[in-house]
Write a protein that binds this ligand. Structure first.
Ligand SMILES: CC(C)(COP(=O)(O)OP(=O)(O)OC[C@H]1O[C@@H](n2cnc3c(N)ncnc32)[C@H](O)[C@@H]1OP(=O)(O)O)[C@@H](O)C(=O)NCCC(=O)NCCS
Length: 292
């Protein structure tokens, strides 16, 4: 390991988000654990957070399946193995488990008749007021404002337990700058949206993050249907139509991986109907720091 990095810490804040939250992570190479590296890095993160006037630290930590006692989520949905290293580490540092997310996997390809059937069924249930649009990469100009609103609503409308996740405001300009940077990166977005025809505004979106290497899994990113448009099977329509789009524009990937709050029954039901199944769990943890 001469000259190699064996541990790292990540400190993230969102300039456009209100509130005093920072998102943090500590990762130590398995051969270098239990030597105090995690503690040293976590201490450093807390110093940084205090200097930056952050009072709430949020950590997302994957918990490997293990036998034995469980620590239950205060939401009433899900649990993590109480004896796992990350669980002991975070509890010892004063973090509280706030929410459990389910990681699910869909093996690809999904048979064409299944995808077509799901798209058709949901299109029949949604009224003709809704029209599907699809693209890869940059958002077409006409949808920039609507997409900014949908991304903003992701931060307020997805279940967030007691995590103090602040509203994260997206504007047209922020989205343009984000997509400028994304264009130079290694992933492409495959996007499906539904337009509400009477108002000519977008009602929902789903986004898949696709690597250039076909052997890598695809990541399911944001999916949202605005509150006023729920109950029309738009969630299923978006998901199924986007998988169809993925399979025609970027075939060959082994799977799609998605993370959902264990209490997010509507999203989980859609995913299960499409064919996703659980492969693991992730704890969402919070620590409240004294104001500096
Ligand atoms: C969690 C993690 C960062 C800990 O790193 P580390 O360098 O091993 O941590 P430390 O050596 O500083 O351990 C500090 C304390 O955490 C607890 N702890 C850490 N690993 C543990 C284990 N396997 N079992 C029980 N307690 C454990 C202990 O109380 C330990 O103190 P001790 O060794 O004096 O008993 C490391 O296991 C890891 O990288 N896991 C994968 C990434 C992850 O889950 N990150 C999320 C946490 S931010």
């Amino acid at each position: 390991m001469n000259g190699r990095i064996v541990a790292r810490a990540i400190f993230e804040t969102r300039p456009a988000a209100e509130g005093n939250t920072a998102w943090v992570d500590v990762q130590v190479h398995p051969q270098f654990r239990r030597r105090g590296l995690g503690t040293a890095l976590a201490d450093q993160l807390e110093t940084l957070a205090t200097e930056d006037h952050r009072t709430s630290l949020v950590v997302y930590a994957v918990s490997k399946a293990a036998a034995g006692e469980r620590l239950r989520s205060p939401t009433g949905f899900g649990s993590v193995p109480a004896g796992n290293a990350e669980v002991r580490f975070l509890l010892d540092r004063g973090f509280r488990l706030e929410q459990v997310n389910r990681a699910s996997r869909l093996a690809l390809p999904l048979a064409a008749d299944i995808v077509d059937g799901l798209v058709e069924q949901s299109q029949q249930r949604a009224s003709p007021d809704y029209r599907l649009h699809q693209w890869s990469g940059r958002t077409p100009d006409r949808w920039l404002d609507d997409m900014a609103l949908l991304f903003t609503r992701m931060s307020t409308d997805a279940p967030k337990a007691d995590l103090d996740v602040p509203e994260d405001v997206w504007t047209r300009q922020r989205l343009i700058e984000y997509e400028d940077r994304a264009e130079t990166g290694p992933k492409t977005s495959v996007i499906s949206v539904v337009e509400h025809r009477p108002t000519a505004r977008l009602a929902g979106i789903t986004e898949l993050g696709v690597s250039a290497e076909p052997d890598r899994p695809v990541s399911q990113n944001d999916t949202i249907v605005l509150k006023e448009h729920r109950g029309h099977r738009l969630g299923m329509l978006l998901k199924a139509a986007n998988i169809r789009s993925l399979q025609s524009t970027a075939p060959g990937h082994p799977s799609i991986i998605t993370f959902n709050a264990e209490e997010n029954q509507h999203m989980l039901e859609v995913n299960e109907a499409v064919g996703f199944s659980a492969i693991g769990y992730e704890g969402a943890w919070k620590k409240v720091l004294a104001p500096s």
